[in-house]
Structure formats: C-alpha cells, structure tokens
Write a protein that binds this ligand. Structure first.
Ligand code: AKG
Length: 271
C-alpha cells in the first residue's frame, strides 16, 4: 500500500459513514474514462446486450483495471483492511433532462451480505454536484437499518425502486459534490439517494462495491466476487477472473450465468 486515507479521514468515515472528496484520477484520465464508457455502451449495443452497467469489469478490461487501481484500493484498504474482493461494479448515469433519480435507501437491505466490512467507492467521471444530482447522504445513519418498500418506479435507477418507508430527515443531508476524477467512499448501511440532473452535462458515477474477504453471503445463494487485493483465506465467494481482452466469448457466457445468480439475490423476497 502506498497511499491511503489519513487518520482524520478514517475517523470521519467511521463517525459519519462516508468520506469525500478523495483525489483519484487526473482530469484527463476522467475524460478518457467518460469516452471509454460511451464506447462501451455502443459496443455493448452491437453485442445486443447491456454489458456495462452490472459487473462490466468481467467483460471489459478497462473497467477491471479501474476496479483494481492501486489509488482506489489504497483508500479502500484504510477502511476494509488488506484482503479485498470486488463484489460488483455499477454505473449510475443521469443524462441531462432524463429525470432519473435514486430514492433514499440503505444498500445493506437488499445485498444479503453479512458484516460491516463493506463499502462503495463512487468515482466521478463528470461533475457531480447539487445541480447535476449528486449523491446525498445522512451522516451517522449507517448505525441502524430502517424499513424499506419497493416502488419499481421507471425513473428510479435502483433495481427494485427500493426506498426507505420511514421519514428521512433531509435537513441533515450532505451533498457529496465531486469534480471529475474525485471519489467518495460510503458504508453499506448509510442512508443515501440523489435527485435528478438539472444541469446541461451528463452525471456519470462509476461505483465499485468492495467487501473484505471475511464477509459472507447470508441468503443461501452461492455468490461470486473478484479478489482485487491481498489473499482470500475464507472461500466465502467463488472467485471471478478479470478479462484479458474485451468481450471474450467465454467471459460473456460466464457473465450471463453470474448475473442470473446475482439477480436471484437482489430480487429475492426481503422481510
Ligand atoms: O449515484 C447515485 O446517485 C446513487 C448511488 C447509489 O445509490 C450507490 O452507489 O449506492
């Protein structure tokens, strides 16, 4: 490990359940990532599939490289310790005027993962601010899970449109404003959401879900993840392999299988 969070940042993450901004990519790198994302969408359409938004790191090398970037992992290691799996990658994209949003929710409610050593790294490819619909969080809300209900709203970027069914004190919300190339980390139980993009620019966030190798999938479904740092002495997850080239047919076949398993976990009945 070369960098990592400062003691003050680690303390903030423990107290508040999130920390930002963390400088990761240069502006030029962020711009390149934005272009790679656009290219990936086009190529994905040519393969007649959505290969980008869920676990894209299994079929596109640049996404896998980003999920294993030492600058990101150094920060994540400060929070999770040295043995780290990537559980999934997602893109949260709001084009100008598309009116999409993310309802207030806690990730832990639906993921079926047991333990607290789970965090999301949210990396901005484009400006993410109040106007463009940046992520918003409620400090300290990671200490307790609250009830949720599914809405399946088309404009909600979450899989089930899941939202918190008790009142959220929005007066306390913190706007996670990030410049392109900056990142935030958030705890799996933090209450978070985001409003629509009212800016003229796209708002593109690449999110990597990291877990310590100690974490277990508690739903009874066998789950998979990719070892990105350290070693796995627990074997709680089937280990995924990073692609050596883009859209390798074997990787594509495997992606379908793994996504189906993940779908079963995310759409299971939650009490
Ligand atoms: O990108 C957003 O606005 C929300 C992201 C989110 O819900 C998450 O990363 O867990």
């Amino acid at each position: 490990m070369t960098g990592g969070l400062t003691a003050a940042q680690i303390a903030r993450c423990e107290d508040d359940g999130f920390v930002f901004p963390i400088d990761i990519l240069t502006r030029d790198e962020a711009k390149t990532c934005h272009q790679l994302y656009r290219d990936a969408l086009r190529l994905s359409a040519e393969h007649d599939q959505n290969l980008v938004n869920v676990k894209g790191h299994l079929v596109l090398k640049w996404i896998a490289d980003l999920a294993r970037d030492a600058r990101i992992l150094d920060a994540v290691e400060s929070v999770l310790g040295p043995n780290i799996l990537c559980w999934t990658t997602n893109f949260f994209v709001k084009e100008p005027g598309d009116r999409t949003f993310v309802s207030w929710h806690q990730d832990a409610t639906y993921w079926g993962l047991g333990g607290q050593q789970i965090c999301s790294a949210w990396l901005a490819f484009t400006p993410s601010n109040r106007e463009s619909g940046c992520m918003r969080v409620i400090p300290g809300s990671h200490r307790k899970l609250v009830p949720h209900a599914d809405t399946f709203d088309d404009r909600n970027l979450l899989s089930r449109g899941q939202e918190i069914s008790v009142e959220v004190d929005e007066d306390n919300a913190v706007d996670i404003e990030l410049e392109p190339g900056q990142m935030s980390l958030h705890h799996v139980q933090i209450v978070h959401g985001s409003d629509s993009n009212n800016s003229p620019l796209p708002r593109i966030g690449f999110v990597i879900r990291y877990i310590s190798t100690e974490v277990e999938q508690t739903t009874g479904f066998r789950d998979s993840a990719m070892l990105v740092r350290g070693e796995d002495r627990f074997g709680h997850f089937d280990l995924e392999t990073a692609p050596t080239s883009d859209f390798d047919p074997n990787a594509l076949a495997h992606l379908d299988e793994l996504r189906e398993k993940r779908r079963q976990i995310l759409y299971r009945e939650v009490s």
